[in-house]
Design a binder for this molecule. Structure first.
Ligand code: GMT
Length: 375
């Protein structure tokens, strides 16, 4: 197949999933064309089946806001026509699904029919999408897609609850590539972070409000009172400055390191004992899956799709959003002795194996085939 993939090229979960999916499809012999405004963060090598088409937006003094959606639609028309694509797969509804719809209409005027699959990732539905600013366009473009997938059953339900959707939605969960995410020996790094063999807790995110990063720090502060430990905060975003302030006021700065954005997250996960993800809303929780693949158990909230990933009392524990005491108590249960911790680590890996790329990739290929047969 010749597949066009549209995504955000940044570190965000939807862009990561789209890029990893494209890379895996290319390895299977499909030709994959990424169409976006800059080189996707994880598309960092050459392959004969991978192509990247940059969408450049022409600026003009009249524009307060340069029209990216029009530039993207025009680029899609061009790439579909001249690379003879079979299918477009757009990740994150806004503005990719509506740009794809526009491109599809234009292509029809050339006698070209291009099926569009839209994958909804979370905030495009739960936060941004249902805002009246975007809702009519999101509803229309989902209904106009030839195929729609969500990354969890919970997001599927949310989509039906918040929008008038007439389409069948297929749930295809996110996946993990164990060739990259698996436990690596990084003892020298562990020693540098935790010289006295303290437990290492970790959080990775974009530090937006929805991640409740302040809860991460509050949970850690309670754990620290009982168990010698360190906290690694990986990533960056709007809440980081406030979180650093919070650590100062709690006088726990000696035990918390803010590492900023990191490429080799798997190396940092490899020295970690517990992953914290207390999010207000989380359609899937790819960051937690990456941790589990590196044998790191998870303390999470029970929001959104997290219960479909983290298994209560097995790969970790789930608590209500904001239940800092409960999360700290469960974290201590996991960390209190080596034997219990080792059990949870093994379970985390076992659970992650259910989301192996090798199991999930065929689901996308099967879905593309179904959509192409209907077209
Ligand atoms: O979590 C974010 O803020 C980034 C966002 C994105 O679209 O890049 O992540 C969403 O998509 C990920 C990949 O499917 C999911 O694993 C995340 O759970 C989801 N985030 C939210 O629902 C908040």
């Amino acid at each position: 197949m010749k597949i066009g993939i549209v995504c955000y090229p940044t570190f965000g979960g939807s862009g990561v999933v789209a890029t990893e999916l494209g890379k895996a499809l290319a390895e299977e012999g499909h030709q994959v064309h990424f169409i976006t405004y800059s080189q996707p963060a994880r598309l960092d090598f050459f392959s004969q089946n991978l192509f990247y088409h940059e969408v450049s937006v022409r600026d003009y003094p009249l524009f307060d806001y340069a029209p990216y959606e029009s530039a993207l639609a025009s680029k899609l028309v061009d790439v579909v026509r001249f690379e003879s694509l079979d299918l477009l797969h757009v990740h994150y509804a806004i503005p990719h699904a509506s740009a794809a719809f526009m491109a599809k209409q234009i292509l029809a005027s050339y006698g070209i029919r291009i099926p569009v699959v839209t994958t909804l990732h979370g905030t495009d539905i739960t936060l941004v999408g249902k805002d009246p600013t975007y809702k009519p366009v999101v509803t229309f473009s989902i209904n106009q897609s030839d195929g729609v997938t969500t990354v969890s059953a919970d997001l599927k339900e949310d989509t039906y609850n918040h929008f008038e959707i007439k389409k069948d939605i297929r749930v295809i969960p996110n996946f993990i590539d164990f060739r990259r995410f698996s436990l690596q020996a990084k003892d020298h790094f562990k020693k540098a972070i935790a010289p006295n063999n303290e437990r290492i807790l970790i959080h990775t995110s974009n530090f937006r409000k929805v991640k409740r990063t302040d809860d991460v720090i509050r949970v850690f502060e309670k754990v620290l009172q009982q168990i010698p430990s360190k906290l690694l905060m990986v990533g960056d975003g709007p809440e980081r400055a406030y979180n650093e302030q919070l650590c100062r006021s709690m006088e726990i700065c000696d035990h918390v390191r803010f590492l900023g954005k990191q490429d080799a997250v798997e190396e940092i996960l490899s020295v970690s004992d517990l992953f914290l993800i207390p999010s207000e809303s989380e359609s899937f929780g790819l960051a937690a899956l990456e941790a589990m693949a590196c044998k790191v158990p998870v303390i999470s909230s029970n929001a959104g799709g997290l219960p479909e990933l983290n298994v209560q009392g097995f790969s970790g524990f789930l608590n209500d959003v904001g239940d800092v005491d409960g999360m700290a108590e469960n974290a201590i249960t996991i960390l209190k002795d080596d034997e219990t911790l080792a059990g949870f680590k093994n379970n985390a890996l076992a659970r992650a194996r259910d989301f192996d790329l090798k199991l999930i990739l065929p689901k996308y290929i099967e879905y593309y085939t179904e959509i192409l047969e209907k077209a």
